[in-house]
Design a binder for this molecule. Structure first.
Ligand code: CDP
Length: 251
């Protein structure tokens, strides 16, 4: 069978032409990359787990009417998505101080914030993603005030929903980042949650021990990296489905 055309090669995911107009296939790789400290590597099995966790979370969000660009899983490493125009800013929602944020504001890591804090970062390839304000976004045309209102509103809904979901399975949702895209349908356009929601994009701590179960294990040179991801899937009750699926043909 002819291979699909790759339309975007990312560090951790690739995008291929989909089976119809406006559709793409998102392929999750095992490659791992963190900006701070700069580190690249491979986490065996990560792509399979992230594909499943992200599909699960996006589906649950759709059920509560948070729009996403996820359509359905195709196999262990691939999912069908709607093509969107990705906004050049990312949203980070923080519930608990961690990482550089904790250092910057001289907070002990683990301090519960007085309320959830929403930040915007410019997506960039070469420079460390800078923190940006509403002024930067509207002045440079990265997002309108209406887009910003939508992103804040949707991010808070995602945060409330995921905080509850993870609390129920003994996990603290410390912080996470979301990518938004413009989904066009005939004359209509709406902002939707795009890309992925997975332990690559969230800080998830065990509620009892505060042990990280996410990409920080890789960033901080801790052991049992993929086991952390696997434990998140187990607690969400989706690991048995992973074991029943067969591996997609390798790329
Ligand atoms: O929190 P700190 O300032 O140390 O770091 P960050 O890189 O801004 O991370 C905040 C949250 O955004 C974490 O949950 C990361 O997993 C997530 N993030 C992401 O998903 N993609 C990036 N390129 C950077 C951060």
């Amino acid at each position: 069978m002819a291979r699909r055309r790759c339309v975007y090669e990312g560090r951790e995911k690739d995008l291929f032409e989909g089976p119809g107009p406006g559709l793409l296939v998102q392929h999750f790789k095992d490659a791992a990359w963190v900006r701070r400290p700069r580190k690249v590597g491979v986490i065996d099995g990560k792509g399979v787990i992230n594909n499943r966790i992200s599909a699960y979370l996006m589906t649950r969000l759709t059920e509560i009417r948070v729009p996403t660009n996820f359509v359905r899983c195709l196999n262990m490493r691939e999912q069908l998505i709607h093509e969107v125009e990705v906004l050049p800013v990312e949203v980070v929602v923080r519930n608990i101080a961690a990482g550089e944020f904790a250092e910057k504001f001289e907070l002990t890591e683990g301090t519960v914030l007085p309320r959830s804090i929403i930040e915007f970062y410019l997506r960039s390839e070469d420079i460390t993603d800078p923190l940006v304000s509403e002024e930067h976004m509207t002045a440079f045309g990265w997002a309108s005030t209406h887009d910003i209102d939508d992103m804040v509103h949707l991010s808070m809904r995602v945060n409330d929903f995921m905080t509850g979901l993870f609390t129920g399975v003994g996990i603290r949702l410390v912080d996470f980042s979301l990518t938004f895209g413009r989904l066009y349908h005939e004359d209509d356009m709406r902002l939707v949650v795009a890309d992925e929601i997975s332990p690559d994009r969230c800080r998830l701590w065990d509620a009892r021990t505060n042990e990280p179960m996410d990409k920080d294990r890789f960033a901080r040179d801790l052991d049992n990296v993929v086991e952390g991801y696997r434990e998140v899937a187990t607690r969400l009750g989706i690991l048995s489905e992973l074991n029943n699926l067969s591996e997609a043909p390798g790329r």
